[in-house]
Design a protein around this ligand. Structure first.
Ligand SMILES: [Zn+2]
Length: 173
């Protein structure tokens, strides 16, 4: 057994497309699954998403730990005490991590990279970040600790999604 036989061809995450004549050899059906579902976001996340429609970032205060949880939670995962108050944050943030991706969501190589990472909101601790896109900057300008601000979709296009924020851009003073 050669090494190639043992381990097979190199792993290709995108797989191999079927040839036209191969489809007929494979047992298959074409059908639409009647999948209906509802998903409750919960008390804290529902309010967070509703506030995004208003262009606001809201968190919950853990008085025990003196930290504002964003996205909000009804209890603190550190001390397990219920959070006590809603707190609006200014929305400005700082870059905590980032990635310059030359692969898109479908694993295609792309020339203009997508800039993604986590941001920590001002007024919340750095371990309460959210993941999002960055924009209006060159890849080489993106730095950890960089002050950024959200760029919101127009109000009539917001639906209560984290993508109501289009991306975060360098903060303008
Ligand atoms: Zn706590």
């Amino acid at each position: 057994m050669t090494k190639k036989d043992k381990f097979g061809p190199p792993f290709n995450p995108r797989g191999k497309p079927l040839e036209a004549n191969e489809m007929e050899k494979i047992p298959h059906i074409r059908a639409k699954a009647p999948a209906k579902y509802a998903w409750a976001a919960g008390t804290a996340m529902s309010r967070f998403l509703e506030e995004l429609k208003n262009g606001k970032i809201i968190g919950r205060l853990c008085a025990q730990c003196d930290r504002v949880l964003v996205p909000p939670r009804m209890f603190c995962e550190r001390c397990f005490k219920p959070t006590t108050e809603w707190v609006y944050l200014p929305g400005t943030a700082v870059v905590e991590t980032f990635s310059i991706s030359y692969i898109d969501q479908n694993a295609n190589r792309i020339k203009e990279p997508i800039l993604v990472g986590t941001v920590a909101f001002d007024g919340a601790p750095p371990d309460c970040g959210i993941m999002h896109y960055f924009g209006e900057m060159k890849p080489e300008e993106l730095k950890i600790g960089m002050p950024v601000e959200p760029v919101w979709k127009p109000q009539n296009e917001r639906v209560g999604s984290i993508l109501d924020i289009k991306y975060f851009r360098p903060r303008k003073k």
